[in-house]
Write a protein that binds this ligand. Structure first.
Ligand SMILES: [Zn+2]
Length: 113
């Protein structure tokens, strides 16, 4: 499962941060997930609980923040909201769109002890 390896990389980040910032326990993880990232949020929650068992994040809460997808329209010269990668501009119908955000997944914040 795709989400399983994503959760493993999240855990790696937590471990690295724990060393750097010298905390021993993670209580909450706020994770930003882009609308076009292809990440299944429910699967992510399930995998997270499994992966963090017996680690510094055992029992931690996963808070998911869904990030809407946005692109820059070259023709309108403005940021527009899109639903998926190959959408056209909702204002002018142009396909000259550059995706700005909505494809990424990142840790936004941690609550630690
Ligand atoms: Zn446009």
């Amino acid at each position: 499962m795709h989400e399983m390896s994503l959760c493993e990389s999240v855990l790696q980040v937590l471990k690295t941060e724990a060393k750097r910032q010298q905390f021993h326990q993670v209580k909450t993880v706020w994770l930003e997930i882009g609308a076009m990232s292809g990440v299944e949020i429910e699967a992510m929650r399930f995998c997270f609980d499994v992966i963090v068992r017996n680690t510094l994040a055992d029992g931690a809460t996963l808070q998911v923040i869904e990030v809407p997808a946005e692109a820059w329209c070259l023709d309108c010269a403005q940021t527009v909201k899109i639903q998926q990668r190959y959408d056209t501009c909702p204002h002018c119908g142009s396909c000259q769109l550059q995706v700005i955000r909505g494809e990424e997944m990142r840790i936004k914040e941690l609550e630690v002890a």
